[in-house]
Write a protein that binds this ligand. Structure first.
Ligand SMILES: N[C@@H](CCC(=O)N[C@@H](CS)C(=O)NCC(=O)O)C(=O)O
Length: 191
């Protein structure tokens, strides 16, 4: 089994953490270099990571990869409420990625522009709900939604995209998980 990703990607990291203890090869690409893009194109026309390859079957998108792996390893599927939490995590994560890419494209992320405002609005609506879900104990076990939330929080902290002190419960959760060995092995700060 091969996982195509990048050491920097929160979406690839969630699958790495989900695959903890399983035997697989991690292909670490820099998807923003010409060589990295050429390699990425051999795996997926969507030009996004992660991609999983298992027994000749390619799977695109972390959500589909999670479903594939859960079925393969006969794990119990996640509930609809957990699916909704994942959708909120993905929505916030995608918006943070768009804001980072905008800044890297020299687009003013303080501008009053539709594309920027839509991302900020989504972040402002989803982060407090994740904080509330944390307070209600919805992330009390280290399952796939908790893994995805951790990867989002640690990535926005690393990229300095969000002031996590606004969300004390989410912030404490990030710090508490950081001691796990598998987390350190996939730390984006180490590349
Ligand atoms: N919905 C996708 C999102 C994956 C994603 O956005 N990955 C980023 C890296 S963190 C990417 O490949 N970006 C490349 C691009 O958007 O051109 C998933 O869950 O796998």
């Amino acid at each position: 089994m091969k996982l195509i990703g990048s050491g920097m990607s929160p979406y690839a990291r969630r699958i790495r953490l989900f695959l903890d203890g399983k035997d697989y090869e991690f292909i670490n690409l820099n998807i923003y270099t010409p060589e990295g893009r050429e390699a990425l194109a051999t795996y997926t026309p969507a030009m996004k990571i992660p991609v999983l390859i298992d027994d000749g079957q390619k799977i695109y998108d972390s959500r589909a990869i999670h479903r594939y792996l859960a079925r393969k390893h006969e794990e119990k599927s996640i509930s609809w409420d957990q699916e909704n939490l994942l959708t909120l995590i993905d929505a916030a994560n995608d918006s943070f990625v768009i804001l980072l890419m905008a800044a890297r494209s020299n687009i003013d992320t303080d501008a009053d522009a539709l594309i920027i405002n839509l991302q900020k609005e989504r972040i402002e609506r989803t982060m407090p709900l994740l904080e509330k879900a944390m307070a209600e104990g919805q992330f009390s076990s280290w399952d796939y939604p908790s893994i995805c939330l951790f990867c989002l929080l640690d990535w926005v902290h690393f990229r300095e995209l969000c002031d996590l002190s606004l969300y004390p419960k989410l912030s404490a959760f990030r710090v508490a998980q950081s001691t796990k060995t598998v987390i350190e092995e996939s730390n984006p700060r180490n590349g």
